[in-house]
Ligand binder design. Structure first.
Ligand code: ADP
Ligand code: MG
Length: 693
């Protein structure tokens, strides 16, 4: 049997700077067993005394012992363990969990110490029967019960673990006299084997039932009368070691249901930021492939020009340079081409300025006449062809247009005939300053045999021809006057190679063609050049500009994402703190039923976790669907498809990396948002929470 001992206990309140008020003054008392009543007028200090014994309040002087352990020296954990097995409390205002039914309320102390649900519920029913709560009322919400019923449920909850000490503060204060008697009878019965300390100002009841009556006046004991003694004790319920968290889940779910709007708001905040996170992640993971897909969509992918930069003068920061055509020896010794490239003299330079393109005798402007090495499978990307066929032989008579040229030329279908013509004059001046002139003529009717769907971003109208065919034409074109002059065959190709930097015939460059477009990635790596030589390719330039553009967008997105994630965490944190603060009373009730801070935090953590996981699943589905829509929109603006690919299976080669990382992210958000504010929030005052109505 337990023993409660108070030595010189005072509880002082400071009313103002100079005035102290003693709610309890120098109380010395030993309480052992039976039904002990504490009585006195209102404001005499009864509740103060009971709260001190219960550890809900701290004395300002003296010591209080329960079984020789001083309460004020106990750790919080040890103090809570008192409530796990030794102490039960009953209040005037019941302090039941109003959203729950009587069974759960009564079973709760057992669930908290780890009893399994079935046993706890059965025992709860047994105790509810003991305090005569009809079965029909056992499963309705506590709010629907009458005051007397509520108090009987509260007593059942307080005694279900058979605590050695039952502390009751005005248990009949809110009840009529008949109901009061029923309640007191239950307490009297319990006091036969346990210590019951009851505070009441109802002398009528006290005198009829008590074994000992302690009367308080102005914080001092003025009378202490023994009437009877009871002996014997019952075994207290032992604390179970195993962890049963079903009650935590139960309370969390009730909270979610109770805070529907709040739960929805936090879900929306989380879904928004998680969806954004998934899309950003999908963007980062899909971007590179999308760039490749987009930039490879050019028929002259990888076709470039090699020029040489020559310094003319330099003074300080400024230097004057001009582009010159490199020597063939320069090309041979300073262009380290991989096997992927073919280098050719720039024969198309003669076409660029003098070229005439006309359809039905109408001159077309604004189209470029662009070379691909040959229309062979190795040199062009067949998958781009949306209309027509690819001619297998290398001839200038067959041409291919890209989609913007197709539109510009208003072709309305494949097979249209187009006239190409270029004329230029070559002049050779010999040592006697005699000028030998020849005319170069390129004139042919060609047919447009195919259309390719190219990446439209930064793309201009192009008509493609085969460079092999041009080379053949130029190499076979005899310059007649020069041939006569030298008395040996001189072709246009030879003439072009002969004259260095001989504007406008030669231009200043060499042409570079990819050898095998089936190895696209290799072409992406530029040829390595030294000695002032440089390589430029419009398709690689486009590629670089998309990469830069999308890379910049990535950082913008990540920044935005961080902001929304922090925002969502804050919203969740505020919401969880609000739930916790709104439910201070609930937390206080759970504490005196033996729950510790971790258990209580877990309720709010669970609440957040449920919201997080629901949001996680919704965000997954939403981002997956959204990625299609967003890709479609992006594609219609910048012609890059599949920019966002939400990776579900693996990322960077790691299986389930993405789902795993988002799971970790979500749990981190929950932990940060829930536990931090709870641990840093101000300590709740149990006494105030439990005595408030
Ligand atoms: P009762 O016997 O009615 O239960 P209490 O023990 O609640 O009386 O209160 C005893 C006295 O202490 C009362 O005069 C009350 O006003 C005072 N008191 C209780 N709590 C406080 C407080 N937090 N601050 C100041 N005075 C208090
Ligand atoms: Mg009181």
């Amino acid at each position: 049997m337990s023993e409660i001992k108070l030595l010189n206990v005072s509880r002082k309140y400071q009313i103002n700077k100079d005035k102290d008020f003693y709610a309890l003054k120098d109380v010395t008392l030993i309480i052992k067993n039976g039904f002990v009543s504490i009585t006195g007028k209102s404001g005499s200090g009864k509740s103060t005394l009971l709260n001190l014994i219960a550890g809900l309040d701290r004395q300002t002087k003296g010591q209080i012992y329960i079984d020789n352990n001083e309460i004020s020296k106990m750790s919080k954990r040890k103090w809570i363990s008192l409530y796990k097995n030794k102490i039960g409390v009953v209040f005037q205002n019941y302090n039941l969990l109003e959203d729950e039914d009587p069974i759960f309320n009564v079973a709760l102390p057992l669930l908290i110490i780890g009893e399994n649900k079935k046993t706890a519920y059965n025992k709860a029913k047994e105790y509810l029967a003991k305090v005569r709560i009809p079965e029909s009322a056992q499963k309705t919400k506590v709010t629907k019960l009458s005051g007397g019923e509520k108090q009987r449920v509260a007593i059942a909850r307080a005694i279900i673990k058979s605590p050695e000490i039952l502390l009751c503060d005005e248990p009949t204060g809110a009840l009529d006299s008949n109901t009061s008697k029923e309640v007191i009878n239950i307490l009297k019965e319990y006091s036969k084997n346990h210590l019951v300390i009851m505070v009441s100002h109802n002398l009528h009841i006290i005198k009829a039932y008590s074994d000992r009556i302690i009367t308080i006046k102005d914080g001092r004991i003025v009378e202490d009368v023994m009437i009877n003694h009871n002996k014997g004790s019952q075994e207290a319920v032992k604390i179970k070691k195993k962890n049963n968290t079903s009650w935590i889940d139960h309370v969390s779910m009730s909270n979610i249901k109770k805070h529907v709007v709040r739960s929805i708001v936090s879900s929306i905040a989380l879904i928004t930021s998680l969806t954004l996170a998934f899309l950003t992640f999908g963007y980062v993971s899909g971007k590179d492939d999308a760039i490749d897909l987009a930039s490879y969509r050019q028929l002259d992918y990888g076709v470039g020009t090699i020029t040489k930069e020559e310094k003319l003068s330099s003074s300080g920061v400024l230097s004057l340079t001009r582009m010159t055509r490199p020597d063939i020896s320069d090309i041979q010794s300073h262009v380290y081409l991989t096997d992927n490239f073919i280098v050719k003299p720039n024969f198309d330079a003669i076409l660029q300025q003098k070229l005439n393109i006309s359809i039905d005798n109408k001159v077309i402007e604004g189209v470029s006449f662009a070379p691909v090495y040959s229309f062979d499978k190795l040199h062009i990307n067949y998958s781009l062809i949306t209309d027509g066929y690819i001619p297998s032989e290398d001839t200038l008579n067959y041409l291919i247009v890209n989609n913007s040229a197709y539109d510009l030329l208003a072709l309305n279908g494949i097979g249209k005939s187009i006239k190409i013509s270029a004329y230029s004059q070559t002049n050779y001046i010999d040592l006697d300053e005699t000028i030998i002139s020849d005319t170069f003529t390129l004139e042919f009717d060609a047919s447009i045999v195919a259309k390719v769907d190219e990446f439209s971003y930064l793309q201009n109208p192009k008509i493609y021809y085969s460079y092999v065919a041009l080379e053949e034409y130029v190499s076979n074109y005899l310059l007649e006057n020069l041939t006569t002059y030298f008395n040996k065959d001189i072709t246009m190709a030879e003439m072009l190679l002969e004259c260095e930097n001989f504007d406008p015939l030669t231009s200043y460059s060499y042409r570079v063609f990819p050898k095998d477009l089936s190895k696209l990635e290799a072409v992406t790596k530029k040829p390595q050049l030294t000695n002032g030589l440089s390589y430029s390719s419009s398709s690689l330039l486009i590629r670089e500009s998309i990469i830069n553009f999308l890379e910049a967008a990535k950082y913008g997105l990540i920044l935005f994402l961080i902001v929304t994630l922090v925002g969502a965490t804050l919203i969740l944190g505020i919401i969880s703190l609000t739930s916790y603060s709104d439910d201070h009373k609930k937390s206080a009730i759970l504490t005196i039923l033996g729950a510790n801070l971790e258990d209580i935090s877990n309720i709010y953590l669970n609440e957040s976790l449920v919201i997080c996981f629901v949001s996680l699943v919704v965000s997954f589905l939403l981002s997956y669907l959204l990625s299609f829509a967003v890709n479609k929109i992006i594609n219609s603006f910048i012609d890059i498809g599949s920019l966002i690919t939400v990776p579900l299976n693996s990322f960077l080669g790691v299986p389930f990396f993405f789902p795993l990382i988002t799971l970790i992210l979500t749990i981190a958000i929950c932990l940060i948002a829930t536990l931090l504010p709870i641990y840093f929030s101000k300590k709740i005052s149990l006494k105030e929470e439990l005595q408030s109505l």
